[in-house]
Design a protein around this ligand. Structure first.
Ligand code: FES
Length: 312
């Protein structure tokens, strides 16, 4: 991935937000206004060569001078959070790309928000937007312990709309109480660990749930076969072997494509499908987008038939 279109940021402030969570306030290194964003958006931080990570923006979209992100240190992670915690102190610089929004807040008269752990970050600006729009909303926010739950103090301004559930005090989240009986027109927004997202999905009627996953969904890859990809712009045909992604296949052929996470969670590699039926393996597209089959995330998704034609 190149640094194409990236901007250089400087860490203005770094504050603890909870156990193992730091909040960074980032400004443009030259003091210029930052690109606009809306609740649900994330940025790619280019932490080091080969080390890119996505972080949700959790500040105020009206503040064009500063972006705020919160980063959980994950001891068993792949190095991104450790790098942020170790290296990004006040005055440090880092390049960023974006913002991009694959988790937009759609207009609705009522919302049920559900957050698990650091999944509170994209939800936070959504609450402010829902409040400003006069929507009827509630947040159910779970964490391991009270001390591990970022922004608990900030959320207290919303009073009874917010229910904090530290698991060691109150047990697991009461999803039926939060979700059952949502009147027509309501939407559920959920961000957190995969098992929470799956549990919420089981309680929601079709079309109501919007989610953002931080970790990739699991898929059985044991029966993957090979298939052909036709690159419509050049007419070239490439064979995608069972254990190689479409992204790696087209890159190996010298085609420039944008990508970032390579695990189907960030949305950067979304590509238009002109013919063929994608086998969607990402955590980004909605049910409707999957059914339409007009785009696919080529870092993880494959083909249900023998051939795909892509707008590349
Ligand atoms: S590169 Fe992130 S979804 Fe494909």
């Amino acid at each position: 991935m190149t640094e194409h279109d990236s901007i250089e940021l400087v860490v203005e402030r770094r504050e603890p937000a909870a156990e193992d969570v730091v909040v960074l306030t980032l400004r443009h290194r030259l003091g210029a206004p930052l690109p606009p964003w809306e609740p649900g958006a994330h940025v790619d931080l280019l932490l080091a060569p080969g080390l890119e990570r996505q972080y949700s923006l959790c500040g105020d979209p009206a503040d064009r001078a500063g972006w705020r992100i919160a980063v959980l240190r994950e001891p068993d992670g792949r190095g991104g959070s450790a790098h942020v915690h170790r290296r990004l102190g006040p005055g440090a610089t880092v390049r960023a790309r974006g913002p991009r929004n694959r988790f937009p807040l759609e207009p609705a008269p009522r919302y049920r928000f559900v957050a698990g752990g650091i999944g509170i970050t994209p939800i936070l600006p959504m609450l402010a937007a829902a409040e400003a729009a006069g929507a009827d909303w509630t947040l159910l926010y779970g964490g391991r312990t009270r001390a591990s739950m970022a922004f608990a103090g900030e959320l207290s301004r919303y009073g009874g709309r917010v229910t904090l559930v530290p698991e060691n005090e109150a047990g697991p989240l009461d999803l039926p109480a939060a979700l059952d009986g949502l009147p027509p027109g309501g939407l559920v927004y959920c961000c957190g660990p995969g098992r929470l997202l799956d549990a919420v999905a089981r309680r929601c009627p079709a079309g109501v749930l919007r989610v953002e996953r931080f970790s990739p969904a699991e898929h059985d890859t044991g029966t993957d076969g090979d298939f052909e990809v036709v690159l419509a712009r050049s007419g070239r045909t490439l064979r995608v072997p069972p254990d190689v992604s479409v992204l790696d296949t087209v890159r190996a052929a010298g085609v420039q494509v944008l990508y970032s996470c390579t695990e189907g969670t960030c949305g950067t590699c979304e590509t238009d499908v002109l013919e063929g039926e994608p086998d969607h393996r990402d955590s980004v597209l909605t049910e409707d987008e999957r059914a339409a089959g007009e785009t696919m995330l080529i870092c993880v998704s494959r083909c249900r038939g023998p051939r795909l034609v892509l707008d590349l």
